[in-house]
Design a protein around this ligand. Sequence first.
Ligand code: ATP
Length: 259
Amino acid sequence: MESTVQVEPVSVSVKNLSKSFGTQQVLRDVSFEVKPGEIFVLMGPSGSGKSVLMRHLIGLEKSDSGQTLVGDGDAQQAETHERIRTSMVFQAGALFNSMKVYDNLALYLREHRLYDEATIRTKVESVMKALSIEAAGDKIPAQLSGGMKKRVAVARAIIMEPQLILYDEPTSELDPILAATTTELIATISRETGATSMVVTHDRELALAIGDHVALLMEGELVFGGTPEELRNSTDPAVREFMNPKIDPDNPRFRKQEK
Ligand SMILES: Nc1ncnc2c1ncn2[C@@H]1O[C@H](COP(=O)(O)OP(=O)(O)OP(=O)(O)O)[C@@H](O)[C@H]1O
């Protein structure tokens, strides 16, 4: 992917982060570090607080206590995000359906008046080439397949040359081959741009294949943090159950959860 731009990666640091909504505590004293340039994978069951945690990192949520740093800046201050380029690849792509793919990609550069139209064209074409989506330029998102839409969403995120890229469930709703392709894409972008990557996912294959570090959040608490190898070898019953749930049709777990 020779047409991508190298960036200065940033660290992420979460220290003793707690957050409640009303009486429900969603994050409990969560702490972890992400090193510049690494791929950090955040896993955990539905409702465990992953999205709330990520929202803190892009400044959309205010903590009750604790600290979230992106580089040397407080993630909850707008100034940090003006200085450090962070982009998020949303699950549904967050593309404008009424606009051609080319215009979706050019939008950020045009809105921020960063370059003249000729330079924008060069940049958009270069990112489209890097992700092999040149043929999609004149189409609107509704005309694209799921896999192509994912690549356009990734293209839209990397066009701003982010130092930190956050992926929200990038492989959900994809067939196994497309999930593998998207996983490879995340690894390639990480390698080629040098950006720090954080991936929220339920996808164990992705976590084990490309994570430098993996963290597991359960009921708002970080119950595991380590390498994929350490995750694979964990003897913690909750971690093992999450990674390898045994399906027992005679003793369904939803019945146990009802009690
Ligand atoms: N703005 C909010 N107000 C009240 N409760 C909220 C709010 N945002 C999230 N929650 C609650 O916080 C809990 C954690 O939600 P969150 O979306 O972070 O889970 P998640 O781990 O991302 O789940 P999933 O994997 O299903 O996306 C849920 O119980 C949710 O209902």
